[in-house]
Design a protein around this ligand. Structure first.
Ligand code: SAM
Ligand code: SF4
Length: 448
């Protein structure tokens, strides 16, 4: 029996890619191990969105370098994902004990690459970006038995000035609507009730089959599959975000009322230099659609502070944008220089401590907004999908359709006992308290 270990860094796309890689390896007779020490093949599925993320894999590889050099280790190492694609064969120079380097656009070739590796080849690569294939496999090993990821589109055809993704994940390619819906039906058949549709820009989805569905129509179709109670999707690009998506959410309760719509900056001048393809006004129009929707849609975003040339006035535009929109949550990033990207050529880079200052200002501002927004839920009853139990706090952890964490006490089952758990169930929970990052409450009745 051949054994492997995999560690995954980065986004949900990577987490789901790893589930597919694990499935492929298991199908080829490999056994997954919980610790790298116990595995013959050690794989890292990597992220290069920011410099810090990229460095993590080199730290990991460094930990094994000495053992490998001194012949104490018979392990084979592989680097997968975005760092693999970005660094390519340079990884062999930097970490000579690595034998496999594969970018995500080559995962369909994994079975043949494994054969080369098993034959003793020390330099096996899958680095071509020239593909119109997506990586779909019936062998996917999903980590969670209730909530599943499902890729609908891979790669990215945009060219944001700061972003490495188009260079690491290749051109945009959509799966056929038929294959997406078939996988979704099979997930429902296996007991999954919540599915998250994934893509760098899900709403750029273009069905390559004659059915020709756009994202809103695909979304509506997924929401109608029997047995599926919740459909989420991430990420949406503001340029391609149409009103029909808001309408679909308004009409179909199985579609979660949460949209992650990364704005990056509140200044149109910065957005233009970022090559984001929309202005602040274009973005605000989309926010208006959501604020006027039939259902109460939670809106979240990503913001980059300290993009080259971002002035104090530009930064203030971001502050007044978040004050105006009042996001439910946001990820704030300090701009990080990335190889190949056009922003590298910009001259006026912002010092690190200034990026940190802006980061902290936004973080504090947003904390107050979230406190206020979450406070409005106190006294309301929200349906949660139960994700697990927190031993430390003695509470169940649930998630609302709006993607808010709701920690709660259950009147019938205060803690899991042998053979009984609430995980995977849908319950009505009365919200009694709110913090900036979560809600708390207790159940009254069991829904199902
Ligand atoms: N496709 C999505 C979009 O266009 O909004 C974003 C996908 S990207 C993987 C996730 C987030 O990482 C981006 O929204 C951006 O805020 C952040 N990001 C990307 N490149 C960055 C960089 N060079 N420095 C800092 N943050 C970055
Ligand atoms: Fe990166 Fe822009 Fe593509 Fe998003 S749309 S993945 S930020 S290049």
């Amino acid at each position: 029996m051949k054994t492997f270990y995999i560690e995954t860094f980065g986004c949900q796309m990577n987490a789901h890619d790893s589930e597919k890689v694990v499935g492929t390896l298991v199908e080829k007779g490999y056994q997954q191990m919980a610790k790298p020490e116990d595995a013959e093949l050690v794989l890292y599925n990597t992220c290069s969105i920011r410099d810090k993320a990229e460095q993590k894999v080199f730290h990991r590889l460094q930990q094994f370098k000495y053992a490998a050099k001194n012949g104490h280790s018979k392990k084979t190492f592989g680097v997968l994902g975005c760092v693999a694609q970005q660094e390519g064969e340079r990884i062999f120079e930097r970490a000579p004990h690595v034998s496999l380097v594969v970018g995500s656009a080559s995962y369909t070739k994994l079975p043949e690459l494994l054969i080369q590796l098993e034959a003793g080849n020390q330099r096996v690569t899958g680095l071509s970006l020239d593909t119109n294939e997506t990586f779909d496999t019936p062998f996917t090993r999903r980590d969670n038995p209730h909530r599943a990821y499902l890729t609908i589109i891979e790669g990215c055809d945009k060219a944001c000035a700061y972003c490495v993704v188009p260079f690491t994940r290749g051109p945009e390619r959509s799966r056929t609507s038929e294959s997406v819906l078939r996988e979704m039906q099979s997930l429902a058949g296996s007991g999954y009730t919540e599915v998250q549709l994934l893509g760098q820009n899900v709403n750029s989805y273009r069905d390559p089959s004659p059915a020709g569905l756009d994202f809103a129509r695909l979304l509506a179709a997924t929401g109608e599959i029997a047995g599926i109670r919740r459909v989420r999707f991430t990420t949406s690009h503001p340029r391609d975000f149409g009103r029909s998506i808001v309408d679909a959410i308004g009409e179909q309760p199985t579609l979660c009322n949460h949209v992650h719509l990364p704005v990056q900056s509140g200044s149109s001048a910065v957005l233009e230099r970022m090559q984001r393809l929309y202005t602040r006004d274009d973005y605000m129009r989309r926010i208006e659609w959501m604020k006027n929707a039939k259902r109460d849609i939670a809106i979240t975003t990503d913001i980059i502070v300290g993009f080259p040339g971002e002035t104090e006035a530009d930064f203030n535009r971001t502050i007044d944008l978040i004050d105006e929109i009042e996001y439910d949550s946001m990820f704030i990033f300090k701009y990080s220089k990335r190889p190949n990207t056009s922003a590298l050529a910009y001259e006026d880079h912002i010092p690190e401590d200034e990026k940190t200052r802006r980061f902290m200002i936004l973080q504090e501002r947003q904390r107050v907004i979230q406190m206020r927004r979450n406070g409005k839920y106190v006294g309301r009853t929200e349906e949660v999908h139960v994700e697990g139990y927190n031993l430390a706090t003695g509470q169940w952890i649930g998630r609302t359709s709006q993607n808010k964490t709701l920690n709660f006490h259950d009147v019938e089952l205060p803690a899991p006992v042998e053979g009984r758990t609430l995980t995977g169930q849908y319950l009505d929970v009365l919200v009694t308290r709110a913090g900036p990052n979560s809600l708390a409450g207790h159940t009254q009745t069991l829904l199902q």
